[in-house]
Write a protein that binds this ligand. Structure first.
Ligand SMILES: Nc1nc2c(c(=O)[nH]1)N[C@H]1C(S)=C(S)[C@@H](COP(=O)(O)OP(=O)(O)OC[C@H]3O[C@@H](n4cnc5c(=O)[nH]c(N)nc54)[C@H](O)[C@@H]3O)O[C@H]1N2
Ligand SMILES: Nc1nc2c(c(=O)[nH]1)N[C@H]1C(S)=C(S)[C@@H](COP(=O)(O)OP(=O)(O)OC[C@H]3O[C@@H](n4cnc5c(=O)[nH]c(N)nc54)[C@H](O)[C@@H]3O)O[C@H]1N2
Ligand code: SF4
Ligand SMILES: [Mo]
Length: 710
């Protein structure tokens, strides 16, 4: 018997956990946590373990497919990779010639460790249009941090924070971006104080010293209240403020506008609790803020991020052990160098869809998806003819799903790379089978800001699947310019590693590289902002014509901003809280994971349920002014009676192909993508705070529709 163990790194979510992959007779038989991993210390979540069922799933795409019947009809023909590359090359050249490279949109979703290759491909063919989730997820954090304090500050759990403030984040479930939840759990086990700012009573809220249950979308106001206390009681780090803060006077004047009384009215949080949280955070050092995506998917996105940086900065917690630090990257090429942003000609950069509207986003090559759908549907400001989606399922994950569906159905040529025929892939002209993390060599995580790169090693080959990196390198060689691509994928990996002096083989033996950490770098170098200081008054925002100071904006759809609508839609809807079992729209077909969560659920307070005559487990119609969907009622005291919490990203792979029930439980039929409801600088979509109504009277609400399938 031929058995071996390969050391690698998972990438089902944003990745990072070290794994030992057991292989027998060429097949993976077991995946276990690597106790020597500095990131995960031997822990794994169910999704990592279930990669076996993903890799060998009977419905998995194993070779390229070309559409045979009408769009979305579900008829496919198997083709070879050569034919697939020829078709892609011909289409790219044709659209470039006829409509310009900008008529081709490349697209991905959340961080999949392939973004640097996708940007490189886009920049090299000359299109400024890369569709991402970066306008409302992680991108805002990076962009705002860069203009405010030069880089993204990350909680330094190794430095033993004595207080962690978790703000709109649930890291012990979501393990997002730089973080694995295990860091936070360890810090709590070592006695760190915990403040949780969340409208729901999460597991973390249960463990906290203080839980601030705010009205969704009012985070800037709450932080202003805390700052008010910290400034009034002089709990801030005076020396840091004097030497390293730009715009203190103006900032203090702005904070003063937010009296605790006003803040408490806006946020629903009692004044005493705001005071207590402010004192605890400011007087327990070192302290850090673990903040999440909930505050980015908001009209207040940039100011939410700015104000949390301000809280960390003025309490003396920036770049100190146990505070919020700027990790030093390892000696490799960084993702933005590899992405070849400099090679996009300036005249093409100017053509980015919606370019001028959201100026902070544009400065970071990020666009708002709405502009892509508009350019397909109305051909304005110019037609988009080809969309090439690599690791995203926008019919399920983007706001205003009906518009997304219509646009992707209409576009001249749609290519999709995925593991499965998702509702998005079903609309494609060409489908490419991609590789799981078990099927690729890669220098993983060089997009993150945690100071590591990790070795991912190819363990198996499944069908004709190829990693996105390999596919883009091969296609890049055909489409050109050829001199920017490599004969094989190992050429690219060696180029990324070149500054370290290691080849991929040598790196794989080491397992990971880490940058040498140094704290308080600003003392020598200042902060990398125009003024060299932490800009509480942002000179860049001012230049672009935005308010240089943070401010609270009432969410575009709330009881306060839309009292008219509130009469008919009397609850605040929040969406998207991550469950352990699934990563967005993925894994509904993986038995071990679907068993954990067979159906979507919506969280409702028992008082609300009683008022609406909803019982535990009922199918509930959740409806906004734009659309509706169905999820099962889960009654909980952990949510305010005025708030409803729905899951996102549901579809049903097992249901009537090729639609797969994408309309049934998809909360993005209710969300809005109108640019005026987005953050004015970043274009972040407001996915979190809407008005809705709920009912379990399916017969009445769906009078004209069949509910048989439900
Ligand atoms: N209402 C609402 N909507 C939301 C959110 C919310 O909170 N509320 N959250 C938003 C956020 S933060 C994000 S980031 C987006 C995420 O949006 P998406 O990234 O579109 O989400 P996924 O469902 O993970 O889609 C990824 C697709 O790529 C495939 N895939 C996975 N790995 C690979 C790979 O390595 N290569 C290739 N080619 N394919 C792969 C999967 O099978 C899946 O079909 O969703 C957003 N949508
Ligand atoms: N298992 C799993 N893990 C994932 C993902 C997944 O789909 N599944 N998605 C990945 C992605 S792309 C991302 S971006 C991350 C996101 O990970 P997190 O940042 O942890 O995001 P969520 O779990 O959506 O939301 C965190 C908390 O925000 C709260 N919240 C909602 N509205 C508000 C508000 O207005 N203010 C405040 N303060 N809190 C609010 C919710 O109640 C929730 O408890 O997770 C990543 N990890
Ligand atoms: S948290 Fe789970 S899915 Fe994410 S890297 Fe770790 S094991 Fe993989
Ligand atoms: Mo995300």
């Amino acid at each position: 018997m031929n058995e071996k163990v390969v050391r690698s790194h998972c990438r089902i979510c944003h990745g990072g956990c070290g794994v030992l992959v057991h292989v027998k007779d060429g097949k993976v038989i077991r995946i276990e946590g690597d106790p020597e991993s500095p990131i995960s210390h031997g822990t794994l979540c169910p999704k990592g373990i279930a990669t076996i069922q993903l890799a060998y799933h009977p419905d998995r795409l194993l070779y390229p497919l070309k559409r045979k019947g009408a769009k979305g009809e579900g008829k496919w023909e198997r083709i070879s990779w050569d034919e697939a590359y020829d078709l892609l090359t011909a289409k790219i050249n044709e659209y470039k010639r006829q409509y310009g490279a900008e008529s081709i949109v490349l697209g991905y979703g959340t961080g999949r460790d392939n973004e640097a290759f996708i940007y490189r491909f886009a920049n090299l063919i000359g299109t400024p249009n890369v569709l991402t989730a970066g306008h409302m997820c992680y991108g805002p954090r990076v962009a705002t941090s860069i203009i405010t304090c030069g880089n993204l500050p990350v909680c330094d759990y190794e430095g033993n924070p004595r207080c962690v403030m978790v703000w709109g984040n649930n890291a012990v479930v979501s393990n997002p971006d730089e973080y694995k939840g295990v860091y936070l759990s360890d810090a709590l086990a070592k006695g760190a104080k915990l403040i949780v700012v969340d409208p729901r009573f999460t597991k973390l809220a249960d463990r906290s010293n203080l839980w601030l249950q705010l009205r969704p979308g009012t985070d800037v106001a709450l932080a202003m209240g805390m700052l008010q206390v910290i400034i009034e009681e002089e709990l801030y780090d005076k020396e840091f403020v004097q030497n390293w803060v730009y715009g203190w006077k103006e900032f203090v004047a702005r904070v003063k506008e937010y009296t605790l009384k006003r803040v408490s009215e806006i946020t629903w949080v009692p004044e005493e609790k705001i005071r207590e949280a402010a004192r605890l955070f400011a007087t327990t050092r070192p302290a850090c803020i673990q903040w999440g995506v909930a505050i980015e998917q908001s009209i207040n996105c940039v100011d939410n991020n700015r104000i949390l940086i301000a809280l960390a900065a003025i309490t003396g917690n920036l770049d100190v052990p146990g505070g919020m630090v700027f990790y030093v990257p390892p000696p490799t090429m960084n993702a933005s160098q590899f992405g070849a942003h400099k090679l996009l000609p300036p005249e093409q950069r100017k053509k980015r869809l919606g370019g001028d509207v959201f100026k902070l986003a544009d400065a970071f090559a990020i666009l708002n998806p709405r502009f892509v759908w508009d350019a397909i549907l109305s051909e304005k400001p110019y037609p988009v003819k080809m969309v090439f989606l690599i690791s995203t399922n926008p019919v399920i994950t983007r706001a205003n799903a009906s518009m997304v569906y219509e646009a992707l159905k209409k576009v001249d040529f749609l290519a999709v790379s995925d593991f499965f025929l998702t509702p998005t892939a079903e609309l494609a002209d060409l489908v490419l089978p991609t590789a799981t993390w078990l099927e690729m060599d890669y220098v993983a995580e060089f997009w993150k800001r945690h100071g590591y790169v990790l070795a991912r090693q190819k363990v198996i080959q499944v069908g004709e699947c190829k990693s996105d990196h390999e596919m883009l390198n091969e296609l890049g060689n055909r489409v050109g310019p050829k001199e920017y691509w490599w004969p094989t994928i190992h050429g690219a990996l060696n180029a990324i590693l070149a500054p370290s002096g290691l080849t991929f083989e040598e790196f794989a033996k080491k397992g990971y590289l880490r940058g040498q950490m140094e704290y308080r770098k600003y003392v020598q170098k200042g902060f990398s902002t125009p003024t060299g200081k932490v800009e509480l008054y942002s000179t860049r925002m001012k230049e672009w014509g935005y308010d240089p100071l943070p401010q609270f904006r009432e969410p575009p759809e709330s009881p306060v901003s839309r009292p008219d609508l509130f009469k008919e839609y009397p609850y605040i809807l929040i969406t998207g809280m991550r469950p352990t079992a699934f990563f967005h729209s993925e894994h509904r077909q993986i038995p071990w994971l679907r068993e954990l969560l067979p159906e979507p659920f919506v969280e409702i307070h028992p008082e609300t349920a009683e008022r609406e005559r909803i019982k535990e487990g009922d199918w509930v119609i959740i409806e906004s002014v734009r659309g509706r969907c169905l999820q099962r009622a889960k009654l909980t005291l952990g949510i305010d009676p005025r708030v409803i919490g729905a899951q996102h990203a549901w579809w049903f792979p097992e249901k009537n192909s090729p639609e797969h029930g994408w309309r049934d439980s998809n909360i993005n039929l209710l969300t809005d993508n109108n640019p005026v409801t987005c953050d004015p600088a970043m274009g972040a979509t407001n996915l979190r705070v809407l008005l809705c109504r709920v009912s379990s009277n399916l017969k009445k609400a769906l009078a004209t529709e069949s509910t048989e399938e439900i």
